[in-house]
Design a protein around this ligand. Structure first.
Ligand SMILES: NC(=O)c1ccc[n+]([C@@H]2O[C@H](COP(=O)([O-])OP(=O)(O)OC[C@H]3O[C@@H](n4cnc5c(N)ncnc54)[C@H](O)[C@@H]3O)[C@@H](O)[C@H]2O)c1
Length: 282
């Protein structure tokens, strides 16, 4: 059955990344976790970079148990010293870097710093979302580009955006602004670094079943109960039409991300790829 049947979580393309080193920020769980696992199954040596050490080490254990190769790097992408260090670790352990997948991202500021329309939003929500999604992605790209340019063998960057990088969304102003920044950054890098043989694209998903989605749902339910007025304001802007009536799976996103990272996408750069079940077709 073709069409919208999700890709099998166990499916992979044997040896597509054989001999390559693939770095994944936010690679411990969710979309990044699925991407790390599938990249390893496709022959990559995987550098998992994340603030969540427990989930990261468990992802490494799973890869190693399956016969693959991976290391964990404790990285906070908002810290430039950390993003520098993740490249150094990849080179120290595996001798090179071929592909960088910048997937680390947040929807809010944690705790009570949850998304809200701008005049109701907390400083913590606004700053943390921009800090991780914009500066985190920018820091990661900057250090990956430094390595790729110095090495002189080209390179591949895939940034993880969102449908909110392509269109508006109710009640999440900093997230929408941060992901639009990821789109701009992706295009700017594609233009500046094509002469160095470096490709840069973004993958932009709609709701995907991950820990981030679970948190978003919990926040919405809590808001409906505690602040029905704010919640109504947000609900007016919600899409009421979709093309497929389900969330996407992390494996579907890993599939698109790894396509963009692979030689199969050798003619694609500066593209904002929508892996959104038709969300942005309207
Ligand atoms: N799940 C969705 O519905 C959805 C939709 C659109 C876009 N996205 C994007 O996909 C990406 C992955 O999201 P997910 O749903 O898998 O989220 P998730 O919360 O399940 O996983 C994100 C990972 O990033 C890590 N991370 C967060 N802040 C970090 C930091 N400062 N430094 C390093 N690592 C950090 C987390 O520890 C976690 O392992 C994000 O960029 C997100 O914005 C997700």
């Amino acid at each position: 059955m073709q069409g919208f049947t999700p890709v099998d979580p166990g499916y992979f393309v044997p040896n597509r990344f054989a001999g390559q080193v693939v770095l994944v920020t936010g690679g411990s769980k969710g979309i990044g976790g699925a991407t790390s696992l599938r990249a390893a199954r496709e022959g990559a040596k995987v550098v998992i970079c994340d603030i969540d050490e427990t989930a990261g080490r468990s992802c490494v254990d799973q890869i190693v148990a399956e016969g693959g190769s991976a290391i964990f790097c404790r990285v906070d992408v908002t810290k430039r010293e950390d993003t520098k260090m993740m490249i150094a670790r990849a080179v120290e352990v595996y001798g090179r870097l071929d592909v960088a997948i910048n997937n680390a991202g947040v929807m809010d500021g944690g705790g009570s710093n949850v998304p809200a329309p701008l005049h109701l939003a907390t400083e913590g929500y606004l700053r943390n979302t921009i800090e991780v999604n914009v500066f985190g992605t920018m820091n990661s790209c900057a250090d990956e580009l430094t390595y790729f340019v110095e090495k002189g063998e080209g390179g591949v960057i895939v940034n993880v955006g969102s449908v909110t990088a392509l269109t508006g969304n109710p009640g999440t102003p900093a997230y929408v602004a941060s992901k639009h920044a990821v789109s701009g950054l992706t295009r700017a890098i594609a233009i500046d670094y094509a002469p160095y043989g470096i490709r840069c694209n973004s993958v932009n998903m709609a709701t995907t079943q991950t820990p981030m989605f679970d948190r978003a749902l919990a926040v919405v339910m809590e808001k409906r109960a505690s602040a029905p007025e704010d919640s109504n304001m947000v609900r007016k802007g919600l899409k009421s039409v979709g093309l497929i009536e389900r969330n996407s799976t992390p494996w579907e996103q890993a599939s698109t991300i790894l396509f963009a990272a692979s030689r199969d996408a050798s003619n694609i750069t500066g593209a904002l790829i929508a892996s959104d079940g038709g969300w942005t077709a309207f």
